[in-house]
Design a binder for this molecule. Structure first.
Ligand SMILES: NC(=O)C1=CN([C@@H]2O[C@H](COP(=O)(O)OP(=O)(O)OC[C@H]3O[C@@H](n4cnc5c(N)ncnc54)[C@H](O)[C@@H]3O)[C@@H](O)[C@H]2O)C=CC1
Ligand SMILES: O=C(O)[C@H]1O[C@H](OP(=O)(O)OP(=O)(O)OC[C@H]2O[C@@H](n3ccc(=O)[nH]c3=O)[C@H](O)[C@@H]2O)[C@H](O)[C@@H](O)[C@@H]1O
Length: 435
């Protein structure tokens, strides 16, 4: 069976390479010519552990192909996975222009039965709209079916998540199309991965409800952490104690500088927007976003509590990506913290093992020093702030760093150090939710 994957972002590339690895012939299409040129040589445009090898292996096996030729690829495929972006618009709603563009291009070229599968995260009702749009504009009377098959991979762990998902969600109306998609995922089915077969709207909402719930868990623990600081409790032990209750679970209870990334903020906003339109407001989710914005600014409060005025102080920021093992800086807390420090007149030095280029591209001409190592960032600094829990930050030689820094202040927004150990070395230390 030949498959097309439209869009070569995280989801498109992992889906394309993953399905090729299941034994399918997969062609990935993008409108970005330079990206496709590089992908043909096996060059991945972002950092994602394991993806490089998976793409190269399947390119070599001639199961995975890259092209900009949309029409030819779609004509040769029975199944088309839509994996384009659905970024937020200023009002919080999802921008469906990439989806609409793909649907209209599909309408131009479908000339026999096709199964159109939406992997992009799209508001409830979008798959039905896609089907209507294609049917209204198609040039032949060939039938199409539309399937909602949301993706749950995490950046930094994307290949593993695709190959071993917790569940596969298939929403649709045609038993025939559902059977085709189930067959594509046969290796997962055989590995006893739970499959949920449901209608389009339910499948679409499972995705939003999952991301919104996880974001809620994070804002909840961030508020508990802030309270811990007031009353002298240790949030890491509170979270451990809560997490042992299987109804709560231990995961996603790590406080930090606020959640970021291309999905939680945008998906929570989009669900809030859709709730408002449907007169079914999501009060909890509005608070989740508000708490998250406040959390990003906690860094500044902590710095001011140690340094007084930040003006002319040198602040070393370790970690720019929104989480470790990715070069993605979309909605990263660093994008709020760094400009805020600059506004307050601080000198900012930053270091990240892989996200410096992306950060530079995103912030443009801000006056920031980009260091080549943690030591270079920390030399003569008045404070260090850990924003991302990269493994290399867990094993810093703090005794040496204390001598390098002008002022040994450590603001550990990921709680990767033990407060007592760090304080014994002579640092002023502040984690999140433990003093
Ligand atoms: N990034 C992630 O970890 C996850 C993302 N998602 C969802 O998956 C979708 C895609 O996300 P990303 O992969 O991060 O997207 P992205 O924005 O990084 O990449 C989208 C790609 O689609 C291409 N594209 C746009 N219009 C096109 C067209 N008409 N024809 C062909 N290619 C076109 C763009 O050039 C770009 O390469 C979004 O809806 C997102 O919410 C879901 C789960 C995880
Ligand atoms: O829809 C999506 O795109 C994806 O969104 C998230 O994946 P991702 O954004 O890659 O990263 P996460 O590991 O979920 O982390 C998101 C943010 O929450 C923060 N976080 C996470 C967990 C935690 O305990 N505390 C915390 O602050 C992270 O630092 C990061 O900024 C979901 O985990 C995926 O299941 C989903 O497919």
């Amino acid at each position: 069976m030949h498959i097309s994957v439209i869009g070569t972002g995280y989801v498109g590339l992992v889906t394309g390479a993953g399905l090729a690895d299941f034994g399918m012939k997969v062609t990935c299409v993008d409108i970005d010519e330079s990206k496709i040129k590089r992908l043909k040589k096996g060059q991945i445009p972002f950092y994602e552990p394991g993806l490089d090898d998976l793409v190269k292996k399947n390119l070599k096996a001639e199961r995975l192909f890259f092209t900009t030729d949309f029409a030819k690829t779609v004509k040769n495929s029975l199944v088309i996975f839509i994996c384009v972006g659905t970024p937020p618009l200023p009002d919080g709603s999802a921008d469906l222009s990439q989806i609409k563009d793909v649907a209209l291009r599909l309408a131009e070229v479908v000339d026999e039965y096709k199964v159109i599968v939406t992997k992009s995260t799209v508001p409830v009702g979008t798959n039905r709209w896609i089907k209507d749009l294609i049917n209204q504009h198609k040039k032949t009377d060939s039938a199409i079916d539309v399937i909602s098959n949301p993706e749950f991979l995490r950046e930094g762990n994307a290949v593993e998540d695709f190959m071993h998902p917790d569940r596969v969600i298939i929403g649709g109306e045609s038993a025939y199309a559902i059977a085709i998609i189930k067959d594509i995922y046969r290796p997962l089915y055989l590995a006893e991965t739970p499959f949920i077969i449901t209608n389009l709207e339910t499948a679409e909402l499972i995705k939003y409800a999952s991301n919104a719930f996880l974001a809620t868990k994070i804002s909840f623990i961030n508020e508990i952490a802030n309270f811990c600081e007031k009353v002298g409790a240790d949030v890491t032990v509170v979270a451990q104690g809560m997490g042992l209750d299987p109804r709560i679970g231990p995961k996603f209870l790590n406080p930090g500088p606020g959640f970021g990334g291309s999905c939680f903020p945008k998906d929570v906003k989009a669900l809030i927007h859709q709730g408002r339109l449907s007169s079914s407001p999501f009060k909890i989710l509005e608070a989740v976003l508000e708490v998250n914005e406040r959390q990003k600014r906690r860094v500044i409060e902590k710095l001011e509590s140690y340094l007084g005025e930040i003006k002319n102080k040198t602040i070393a920021i370790l970690g720019l990506s929104f989480k470790p093992n990715t070069s993605d800086v979309r909605e990263s807390p660093a994008l709020v913290v760094v400009p805020h420090l600059l506004e307050k007149g601080a000198k900012v030095r930053v270091y990240d093992p892989v996200a410096m280029e992306e950060f530079k591209k995103t912030v443009g001409t801000l006056s920031i020093d980009y260091a080549n190592s943690p030591d270079e960032a920390l030399k003569s600094a008045d404070a260090m702030v850990i924003l991302t829990e990269w493994n290399e930050f867990r094993f810093l030689d703090l005794a040496k760093i204390k001598k390098l820094m002008k002022n040994p202040v450590l603001i550990d927004m990921r709680n990767i150090y033990e407060p007592e150990t760090v304080k014994k070395l002579g640092f002023s230390y502040s984690g999140v939710g433990r003093i």
